[in-house]
Ligand binder design. Structure first.
Ligand code: 5GP
Length: 335
């Protein structure tokens, strides 16, 4: 992981939302307005180039072998399969731009986008684009002549994706493309204005962080979880700039429990189809000055070891973030 200096100020605007909602058109519209101030982040993909696209502008078009080499070299920040093709964010493009104070915009599916923000919480801005009504997407797909089963399948995914809207920083309803583009442009300008203030603060040596994040890892063995004796706390560590959340999660276990940790075990390759090592849950407290976020992972232990000061309690009696118990039970049943 490349270290990122504290002063990097480049911003990464990520458009998130269901397919067909018009993210790409919105991105094109603001790129046309913003001149050279912002450029599209070309993500790597195995999908074939389309007419009108340029190698390295919309995407870095690569073969599957090339993509796999990028994964093996850890050159991708994250990657996902979208509509049957592989897509991933080249780490160096993002970190290079942030370090140079350059701004990027991209249309990224929700898992990749939330993961990216967890890596660069001070520089990433997530903008959720929603349709005025789900029926609009249905009508658009029907007009394109898509088969009814395919439409229903996609609409189910849309509902799932809509659940991620509250995790984003801004919400735009794309009813009228011009109005939506105005709104997006305004969001970008407001981020620039905030950055100007950051620069002032930095000149006066005032602290930059308005956001803090910690990662909490819940160690699991069968149907029990390991927590501090007489307390409902789990191993926790801080997430700092330039450090991958998954590395912070690993340290939280090593530092608190003094155990060997296999980073791959935080990935759940068999449990989740995501290779991005996403946290299982996220809590965010936005008081006036600081936004404090807790990212939760769980870590299945192969032995029931009990480090001094810690105790095992049944999952049913532990205080867990919302939805986490169900995740653990489902995971347990899968074993
Ligand atoms: P397209 O092939 O139309 O350019 O992109 C298809 C979809 O892939 C986009 O709508 C976007 O949500 C997603 N996508 C593009 N690049 C990336 C990437 O690097 N990572 C992830 N996770 N999704 C991407």
């Amino acid at each position: 992981m490349t270290g990122i200096p504290q002063h990097f100020l480049g911003l990464l605007f990520l458009l998130v939302g269901p397919p067909g909602v018009g993210k790409n058109s919105l991105m094109k519209a603001v790129l046309a307005r913003s001149g050279h101030q912002i450029r599209q982040l070309p993500t790597a993909t195995t999908r074939p180039i389309r007419p009108g696209e340029k190698q390295g502008r919309e995407h870095l078009f690569v073969t599957r072998d090339e993509f796999e080499t990028m994964i093996a070299r850890d050159a991708l920040l994250e990657h996902q399969v979208v509509h049957g093709h592989l897509y991933g964010i080249p780490r160096m493009t993002v970190e290079g731009a942030m370090g140079a104070g350059e701004d990027l915009i991209a249309d990224i599916e929700v898992f990749g986008a939330t993961y990216t923000r967890s890596c660069y919480p001070n520089n990433t801005i997530l903008i959720f684009i929603k349709p005025p009504a789900l029926d609009v997407l249905r009508t658009r797909m029907q007009a394109r002549g898509e088969p009814p089963e395919e439409i229903e399948k996609r609409l189910c995914r849309v509902e799932m994706e809509m659940q991620y809207a509250p995790l984003c920083d801004y919400l735009i309803t794309n009813d009228d493309i011009n109005q939506a583009a105005d709104q997006l442009h305004a969001i970008i300008l407001s981020a620039y204005s905030r950055r100007d203030l950051e620069k002032l603060r930095m000149q006066r040596h005032l602290p930059r962080h308005r956001q803090t994040a910690v990662v909490t890892v819940i160690p699991v063995y069968n149907d029990e979880v390991l927590q501090l004796q007489g307390d409902s706390r789990f191993p926790t560590g801080s997430v700092t700039d330039g450090r991958l959340v998954v590395d912070a999660a690993r340290s939280a276990l090593v530092d608190n429990l003094g155990i060997e940790v296999d980073r791959a075990n935080l990935r759940y390759a068999s449990w989740s189809t995501s290779p991005a090592t996403l946290p299982e849950a996220m809590d965010s407290l936005p008081p006036e000055f600081f936004q404090h976020t807790t990212l939760y992972y769980f870590y299945p232990l192969s032995h029931r070891i009990t480090p001094p000061g810690w105790e095992w309690v049944p999952v049913t009696q532990a205080t867990l973030p919302e939805g986490f118990r169900e995740t653990l039970v489902a995971f347990h049943q899968q074993l």
